[in-house]
Design a protein around this ligand. Structure first.
Ligand code: TRP
Length: 336
C-alpha cells in the first residue's frame, strides 16, 4: 500500500538574489521537507509585479535568479516541483472567483498589507496590490495544499485563505482544503549592520552566491560589541551580530566562543575568520551545484517549464471541480 504524502505549497516573490536570511528562514527547511511532503514551490512573479509592474525586465531576471538559488540550495527538481505563478493562469481564474465574496474592508485591515503599503509609500494603492492576499489564497488552495511553510508575517494571509476556503466550500460544494501554516523557527536573521533584518534593499546581507573572499570581506564589516576595543577586553556576545550568526551557523562551537569572548581570550578578528570559514563551508556545495546550472542556463528554464506544466495539470483538475461546484462548467461532457 502506498501512503500518499501530504502536500506543501510555498513560495517567494522574486525580488532579488537569495541571502542567508532566506536560507535559514525557509530554504534549508524546504530542502529537508521535500523528502517528507509532496512539495510545490511557487515563484510568485505576479505578486512581485503588484509592486514592481514598472520593471518587468528586472522581474524576469529575478525569477531565473531565484530558481537558480533554489536548485543550488538543494531543491531537487526530481523531488520538488518549482513553478512560475504567472504561467498557471488557472490561479488567476480562481482568484477572481474568490474576490467575489471577499470584502474590501477585510483586505484593507490585513496587517501585512498595511505594513507593506506604508513601506512603499502608498497613499492610495493599486487594486492588484490590495488584492494580492486573495491571489495567494488561490496559489495555496488550487493545489489543495495541506501545509504552507512561511514566516510569521504571512499569518494574516493564511487566516484569509482558511476563511475563503470555508466560505467557498459552504457556498458551493466542499472542494477545497483548509491549509495550516508551518511557521519557521528562525523568522529573521539580523543584517551585518546589526539592523533587525538581513535584506537586499538594506545592503546588509550575504548572498548565497557570494564567493569565499566576498563572504570573508563582508563578515569583516559586521558590527560587534562596540565596547570591545582591544583584543583582550572582555566581550558581550549578547549584543554582537557575529555571535548571533555563530548561534545559527556554528552551533557546535557556540558555547566555547561565548566563553572565550567573555574572557577576552578570542579577538573579533579570529572570531570573524572562524565564522567566515563555517559559512564558506556551508555555501561550497551550493556553489558547486550553481556552477552546473550556470554552465547550462537552458537547464533552469527546462526545469521551470516542466515544473510549471506538472503543477498546471493539478491546478486544471481543481478548476474543473471548482467550475462544476459553481455551475460554470458549461462545456463539460458530463453536463446534462
Ligand atoms: N507572500 C509571500 C512572500 O512575500 C510569497 C507567496 C506568494 C507565498 N504565494 C505564496 C507564500 C503562497 C506561501 C504560499 O514571501
Amino acid at each position: 500500500m502506498t501512503i500518499s504524502k501530504e502536500r506543501i505549497l510555498t513560495g517567494d516573490r522574486p525580488t532579488g538574489p537569495l541571502h542567508l536570511g532566506h536560507y535559514v528562514g525557509s530554504l534549508a527547511n524546504r530542502v529537508k521537507l521535500q523528502h517528507e511532503y509532496e512539495s510545490y514551490i511557487l515563484i510568485a512573479d505576479v505578486q512581485a509585479l503588484t509592486t514592481h509592474f514598472e520593471h518587468p525586465g528586472e522581474l524576469r531576471r529575478n525569477t531565473m535568479q531565484v530558481a537558480t538559488d533554489y536548485l543550488a540550495a538543494g531543491l531537487d527538481p526530481g523531488t520538488a516541483t518549482i513553478l512560475i505563478q504567472s504561467r498557471v493562469p488557472e490561479i488567476h481564474e480562481l482568484a477572481m472567483y474568490f474576490s467575489l465574496f471577499t470584502m474590501v474592508n477585510v483586505l484593507r485591515h490585513n496587517p501585512t498589507v498595511k505594513t507593506e503599503a506604508a513601506q512603499h509609500g502608498f497613499n492610495d494603492m493599486p487594486y492588484g496590490f490590495l488584492g494580492y492576499p486573495i491571489s495567494q489564497s488561490a496559489d495555496i488552495s488550487i493545489f489543495k495544499a495541506h501545509l504552507v511553510p512561511v514566516g510569521e508575517d504571512q499569518i494574516p494571509h493564511m487566516e484569509l485563505t482558511r476563511k475563503i476556503v470555508r466560505r467557498f466550500n459552504d457556498l458551493y460544494r466542499p472542494v477545497l482544503i483548509e491549509p495550516r501554516e508551518l511557521i519557521s523557527s528562525v523568522s529573521r536573521l539580523v543584517g551585518l549592520d546589526g539592523k533587525a533584518k538581513m535584506s537586499k534593499s538594506l545592503n546588509n546581507g550575504i548572498f548565497l552566491q557570494d564567493q569565499p573572499a566576498v563572504v570573508e570581506a563582508k563578515v569583516k564589516t559586521a558590527v560587534t560589541d562596540p565596547q570591545r576595543i582591544r583584543k583582550n577586553d572582555p566581550g558581550h556576545p549578547e549584543i554582537c551580530t557575529v555571535f548571533t550568526y555563530h548561534k545559527v551557523f556554528n552551533a557546535a562551537e557556540v558555547e566555547e566562543i561565548e566563553h572565550d569572548c567573555r574572557q577576552g581570550t578570542i579577538g573579533c578578528v579570529a572570531c570573524k575568520k572562524n565564522l567566515a570559514d563555517k559559512l564558506n563551508r556551508m555555501l561550497e556545495p551550493m556553489h558547486e551545484r550553481r556552477a552546473v546550472y550556470e554552465q547550462h542556463p537552458d537547464l533552469v528554464a527546462d526545469i521551470l517549464q516542466t515544473g510549471t506544466a506538472k503543477a498546471r495539470k493539478i491546478a486544471a483538475a481543481t478548476m474543473e471541480e471548482v467550475r462544476e461546484a459553481m455551475q460554470l462548467d458549461y462545456f463539460s461532457k458530463h453536463q446534462s
